[in-house]
Design a binder for this molecule. Structure first.
Ligand SMILES: CC(C)(COP(=O)(O)OP(=O)(O)OC[C@H]1O[C@@H](n2cnc3c(N)ncnc32)[C@H](O)[C@@H]1OP(=O)(O)O)[C@@H](O)C(=O)NCCC(=O)NCCS
Length: 268
């Protein structure tokens, strides 16, 4: 399969994190508490992974995601991160069962969109196309994933790309895959995200449509039992889009990204 250069995309720091994440994928799959987050290292059980290891990752790589952390444990994690000079930005967590997702997304997708074209599955094997998808995500403020993950080469995934029929340029994206390993309580959960809509097309239902395609792919094609999505509370369009697709806010858990104090925000 031909990739645009090495399949990585973004700033030097982002590319380095993606390269390390890809290189560590096999180890992550066999490490309790580790998460394959594709664009950086991750954990869904910090105590199981070990704080020694977490400190080393944050020191060497400069970013790490914490997933599905019980609300009652968040302040202790903040304290431990502060001890090593790091801060965490939390996102709200939404999830939904496959039945709820199917019901909501079938409803959304029943109405066809004649204004946009859906890229065929074969496009996911085209390195240049994946490069344009990554560029589109980055321009929308969403830190992109390596092409190897977007294409499904690194594990089962579903990529939804809507095109402008005028010139076949990317108009919207959404993606889903399995980040958790066999030791995780969330192993049957897919994660969906990387949702972005071209600025002049926003607030016309395109985000909901693209997200519904990725969610349907997760439950129907990948066999996910549940799907999770994360968004900042302040990102109102994103939170509403996620809820429209059958997911519900989980008030008991949070996910986030830890970085050294003062670092530039990693993604939207
Ligand atoms: C988030 C994003 C993908 C949403 O796409 P969109 O096409 O604009 O959203 P939709 O038109 O499908 O609308 C989704 C919901 O948000 C609401 N919404 C859209 N724009 C809004 C705005 N500016 N303010 C408040 N609500 C808004 C819509 O009314 C709809 O809610 P409803 O169904 O309850 O009426 C788009 O804003 C985007 O690309 N943002 C930048 C990238 C980003 O933040 N991605 C998400 C990362 S977590």
């Amino acid at each position: 399969m031909a990739w645009t250069e090495d399949g990585l995309y973004g700033s030097e720091a982002q590319r380095k994190l993606q390269a390390r994440s890809l290189a560590a994928a096999d180890t992550v799959a066999e490490t309790p508490g580790a998460v394959f987050a594709a664009r950086l290292a991750g954990t869904d059980d910090p105590d199981r992974l070990g704080w020694h290891r977490i400190s080393a990752i944050l020191r060497d790589e400069g970013a790490m995601t914490f997933r599905m952390i019980a609300l009652k444990d968040c302040s202790e994690i903040e304290r431990r991160l502060a001890d090593i000079g790091c801060t965490i930005t939390w996102w709200d967590v939404f999830d939904g069962s496959r039945d709820d997702i199917r019901a909501a997304c079938n409803d959304i997708l029943r109405l066809p969109r004649d204004d946009l074209a859906l890229a065929g599955r074969s496009a996911s094997a085209d390195g240049d196309f994946l490069g344009s998808v990554q560029a589109f995500m980055a321009k929308s403020g969403v830190a992109p994933f390596p092409a190897q993950v977007l294409s499904g080469s690194a594990g089962p995934s579903t990529l939804a790309v809507l095109l402008d029929p005028e010139d076949c340029s990317v108009a919207a994206t959404a993606f889903s895959y399995f980040p958790y390993n066999r030791f995780s309580a969330h192993r049957a959960s897919a994660w969906a995200g990387l949702v972005a809509v071209r600025e002049d097309l926003r607030n016309r239902g395109v985000g909901v449509w693209a997200n519904a395609l990725a969610l349907k792919g997760a439950v129907d094609d990948l066999g996910a039992h549940t799907v999770q999505e994360f968004a900042r509370t302040s990102n109102v369009p994103s939170c509403r889009m996620i809820e429209r697709c059958g997911l519900r806010l989980r008030p008991d858990v949070r996910s986030g990204i830890a970085q050294p104090d003062g670092a530039q925000s990693f993604t939207r």
